[in-house]
Design a protein around this ligand. Structure first.
Ligand SMILES: [Zn+2]
Length: 92
C-alpha cells in the first residue's frame, strides 16, 4: 500500500540533494515508471551530480532515499514506446 508510506520530498536541484545527505536517489519518469536508481554512498560525487542532472533534464521526478537499506525495481520508460502502450490497451 504505497498510499500509507510517507512520500519523501521531491528534489528540484542538485544542491538540494546534497543538503539532504541521502543514501540514494530514485528517478521517476513522467510516465510513472521508475527509470533510475543510484546508490549515492557508493557513487562518486561527480558521477552522481552528472546522473542527477541528466534525470532532471529528462523531466524525471527525483526523490532521495534517506534511510538504508533500500531497494527498488527499475523499469523501462514507456513515454516513447507506443507499441507497449498498445499492448497494455489490448490486455484490457
Ligand atoms: Zn517515461
Amino acid at each position: 500500500m504505497l498510499g500509507l508510506v510517507a512520500q519523501p520530498p521531491v528534489i528540484q536541484s542538485i544542491d538540494e540533494m546534497k543538503k539532504l545527505k541521502p543514501v540514494g536517489f530514485i528517478a521517476r519518469c513522467q510516465c510513472g515508471v521508475i527509470v533510475g536508481a543510484m546508490d549515492y554512498e557508493r557513487t562518486e560525487r561527480a558521477e552522481a551530480s552528472k546522473l542527477l542532472g541528466a534525470w532532471l533534464a529528462d523531466g524525471c521526478t527525483v526523490s532521495p532515499k534517506l534511510v538504508a537499506p533500500w531497494s527498488i525495481s527499475v523499469g523501462v520508460c514507456k513515454c516513447d514506446d507506443s507499441e507497449a502502450l498498445a499492448d497494455c490497451a489490448a490486455l484490457k
